[in-house]
Design a protein around this ligand. Structure first.
Ligand code: 26W
Length: 805
């Protein structure tokens, strides 16, 4: 496809699909027209992929997730279809600004953070590898809330991505299932039959997920809740207008909004309804496809690998048993074994408050048959494991982690340390009973979005240096190793970073009125706000540094810009206090003439995938400072390393593996290990001790207490200071001194430009393993037992010498 072809197609869609014309078209119109023109390019391969899958009767992967944090799709499609140049020329040829057109697209923010983004990276890698797969989730009308600040406080407003035409989805009118809730189970003909009391329609919407070079495309099928019966005309005619619309409003509630919590389960009925709604609709769709293609039900595990993205779809165990046993007469033990053969479960957190436990009363009232089946499954497991000291229910609750574990043939953690801790803590007993069930699959990220698309300058340099094979074989980045001592390469490497930083500085000035020096160190912490991620440790260090600079303004300070971004769950008070504190500190430090050429602090609102794509390529230092043992893996850490931002971090999650691969000399390590954390927490007054031992720490806390950042209101952060100098469960104080020292080591390294650029380039060259393609290959081999399929069309798309040639 040439740029002329593309321009013609854009104009054709503008006219015939949007009914608009070039003279009156809005930016939005042009963006939709371009999207439709690009979309045309992938439809055939999409269809070819599913035809090829059916032709060979291939086993499919089904990825069930409550969240898919997709971001924007247009640029991803253009990059994966290798249409960047054509799109650039076509748009400029039409007198349009390509960047503005691309950025007109709202993010599909159908997720909270790591778990949701991982699901999106996995879907892209599955397509790139040519593995037949469906992603199943919910088509939320409102994704993760929009964040803004009022006087430094987080304000949430509804996100409304669907109030405009969504060019990347197709409503599948023929794919709808009736979903039931409540009601009762009655014995009929000697067997239990569930009669649901309330019902909604699950309506499918499909989004193609294109892989590298457009060779293959899989489907993301998102369910929307719709009323069984439409508008109630009788009521309307009786003047009961609101009541007439009620059935619709009620039904749509189920897929109305994403729950914004990412570590604390709320136990809300609507949340369980959402979990059952999409899980049950997905299993119905999977069985419908299997039965349409034929085969004995007991062979389902040979054709369907169903991955549970955390416990949120764990009701899949009892639901699949219900579909096989109750509705298809399979003997119960066989149904349980068949379900287990299909199901596998990924755990993403060890935080006790994040492990889902539904009250038996709620489960019984909403899903009476499932509660019965959970008890049957529990009894079967007890019979099988007489020595066990664990059960699926207890204290009036259903333990969804244990249920998922018992109903899965494989369970995995998301980093080596996390998987190890799973075996030693939350699943210790189940690991003893099933020693081969837990495996590790360290997370990864897609290099197409997070390097090729987000950082064209660096990608261009890499491709000029080692060719383009790295894009779908990321460990080829190792071939950069010889260039790490080549001054010309290092110059070009540093120049790419410098240019990215200059772009970011321009954007910060234009969008946020903040002036920053692109030669300063851009020190970045972007992720959800949570005590275990310790954004408050970072801002304490900033306060201590500010005080030191004020005490010695002539010192040869390394200019630094600390950039924060991230949302707090609306109900998470302490996290919101941390956001407010950072904004309050920024206001004081940035307006301090004595220090603001050495130190600036910025908290950017409304962190999302698109903002991450803008910040990461322009970052120098990656903040991964969680309390060891708390961050299951992290994936931002991988994106920063690939984009040449060395890590300052603890031995937590995947930081451990990043440091192993990039080399200890290219990583600013600090802090206690997970074992030391446990030991330190047992020391009475551990925080008070640490504060007494470090005047910088006590000074920083004192500064907060006396209201320096709160217009002399001494009480504003009393809670934060009391927590830190009291319980300090996440050991902010005990790790402070080590963190300070590591930051000073980073300063010293950054001051030596040659050393720094080599360190940065080392991170890029040695982070290829953190590709989600490698992760997916692990799942294929260790868990799913699936292989890639050729669509026949893909050979035609093969460039000479490509890795899949
Ligand atoms: C029930 C509320 C709720 C919602 C989401 C509890 C827990 C979650 C997620 C599991 C939280 C999450 O996103 N975990 C993150 O998953 C990433 C992908 O594996 C990891 O890299 C992060 O370390 C982990 O915090």
């Amino acid at each position: 496809m040439t740029d002329v072809d593309l321009r013609t197609s854009i104009l054709r869609h503008l006219t015939y699909s949007l009914g608009s014309d070039a003279d009156h078209a809005t930016q939005h119109d042009w963006r939709i027209a371009l999207s439709l023109a690009v979309r045309d390019r992938l439809i055939e391969n999409w269809h070819a992929a599913s035809r090829a899958t059916r032709a060979v009767g291939a086993k499919r992967v089904y990825y069930l997730s409550m969240e898919f944090l997709i971001g924007r799709l247009l640029e991803d499609a253009i990059v994966n279809l290798r249409l960047e140049d054509e799109a650039q020329q076509a748009l400029t040829g039409l007198g349009l600004d390509p960047v503005a057109v691309i950025q007109d697209e709202p993010d599909a923010a159908l997720g909270n953070g790591g778990l949701g983004r991982l699901a999106a990276c996995f879907m892209e890698s599955l397509s790139t590898l040519g593995v037949p797969a469906f992603g199943y989730g919910i088509r939320y009308e409102h994704g993760l809330f929009r964040q803004s600040f009022e006087e430094g406080r987080q304000i949430e407003t509804a996100e409304d991505w669907l109030t405009q035409y969504h060019a990347w989805e197709f409503e599948r009118r023929d794919v709808r299932f009736k979903m039931c809730f409540g009601g009762e189970v009655v014995e009929e003909g000697g067997k239990p039959v569930w009669h649901g009391q309330e019902a909604v329609m699950a309506q499918a919407y499909d989004t193609p997920v294109i892989g590298w070079r457009g060779r293959w495309a899989n489907t993301l099928r998102l369910w929307s809740a719709q009323p069984l019966h439409g508008f109630d005309l009788d009521r309307f005619n009786r003047g009961e207008y609101a009541a007439a619309a009620e059935p619709e409003a009620l039904a749509r509630t189920i897929s109305r909004v994403l729950y914004p919590d990412d570590t604390t389960e709320q136990g809300k009925e609507l949340r369980l309804k959402q979990e059952y709604f999409f899980t049950a609709a997905s299993l119905r769709d999977i069985l419908r496809r299997f039965e349409a293609e034929g085969g004995a039900l007991t062979d389902l595990p040979k054709r369907a690998a169903i991955q549970l993205n955390d416990t949120h779809p764990a009701i899949a165990g009892p639901e699949l048993v219900r579909l096989l046993h109750d509705e298809r007469e399979m003997p119960l033990d066989q149904a349980i074994a068949t379900a287990r053969g299909c199901l596998s479960y990924t755990n993403h957190t060890l935080m006790p408050e994040a492990l889902e436990r539904w009250s038996e009363d709620l489960m019984t009232s909403l899903l009476p048959r499932h509660m019965q089946l959970i008890e049957r499954i529990d009894a079967a497991h007890a019979a099988e494991q007489p020595s066990r000291s664990v059960s699926l229910t207890g204290d009036g609750e259903v333990r969804m982690g244990e249920l998922a574990f018992v109903m899965a043939h494989k369970v995995n953690g998301v980093s080596a340390l996390h998987t190890d801790l799973m075996k030693k803590t939350v699943f210790a007993e189940l690991h003893r009973l099933h020693p081969d069930r837990i495996v590790n699959e360290t997370n990864g990220v897609t290099p197409r979005r997070w390097l090729l698309s987000a950082n064209p300058r660096l990608s261009g340099l890499i491709t000029r240096t080692i060719g383009e094979g790295w894009v779908d074989d990321l460990e080829q980045l190792e071939r950069l190793e010889p260039s790490l001592t080549d001054p010309a390469f290092l110059d070009a490497y540093a120049a790419a970073k410098r240019a990215n930083k200059a772009d970011l500085a321009d954007w910060l000035a234009a969008e946020h009125g903040v002036q920053v020096d692109p030669d300063a160190m851009f020190d970045v912490q972007i992720k959800r706000i949570h005590e275990y991620k310790r954004q408050h440790l970072n801002i304490l260090e900033a306060i201590a540094l500010w005080r030191d600079i004020k005490a010695n303004p002539q010192g040869n300070w390394v200019p630094r810009v600390k950039i924060f971004a991230g949302k707090a769950a609306p109900g998470y008070f302490f996290a919101k206090e941390i956001i407010r504190l950072i904004n309050d500190v920024a206001a004081v430090i940035n307006s301090d003439p004595e220090t603001n050429r050495y130190l600036k602090v910025i908290f950017l609102p409304n962190y999302n995938v698109s903002l991450a794509e803008r910040l990461i390529p322009a970052s120098d230092l990656s903040e991964q400072i969680s309390t060891a043992g708390k961050e299951a893996s992290g994936t931002g850490n991988m994106k920063f390393a690939l984009n040449g931002a060395p890590t300052i971090g603890t031995l937590d999650g995947a930081n451990v593996e990043i440091r192993d691969r990039v080399g200890a000399r290219n990583f600013f390590l600090f802090g206690m290990t997970a074992d030391e954390v446990e030991a330190r927490r047992a020391v009475p007054e551990h925080a008070a001790q640490a504060i007494a031992a470090d005047p910088r720490l006590s000074g920083a806390l004192m500064e907060i207490s006396r209201g320096t950042f709160s217009r002399r209101d001494r009480h504003r952060y009393r809670g934060v200071v009391a927590n830190l100098s009291g319980a300090d469960y996440f050991l902010v104080c005990s790790d402070f001194t080590a963190y300070w020292d590591a930051q000073r080591r980073a300063d010293a390294a950054f001051a030596d430009a040659d050393a720094w650029r080599r360190m940065a380039a080392c991170n890029t060259a040695r982070s290829g393993w953190f590709s989600s393609d490698r992760t997916i290959r692990g799942y294929m081999a260790d868990i799913w037992d699936v292989v890639a399929v050729r669509s026949g069309l893909d050979e035609a798309m093969q460039p000479p010498g490509s890795s899949l040639g």
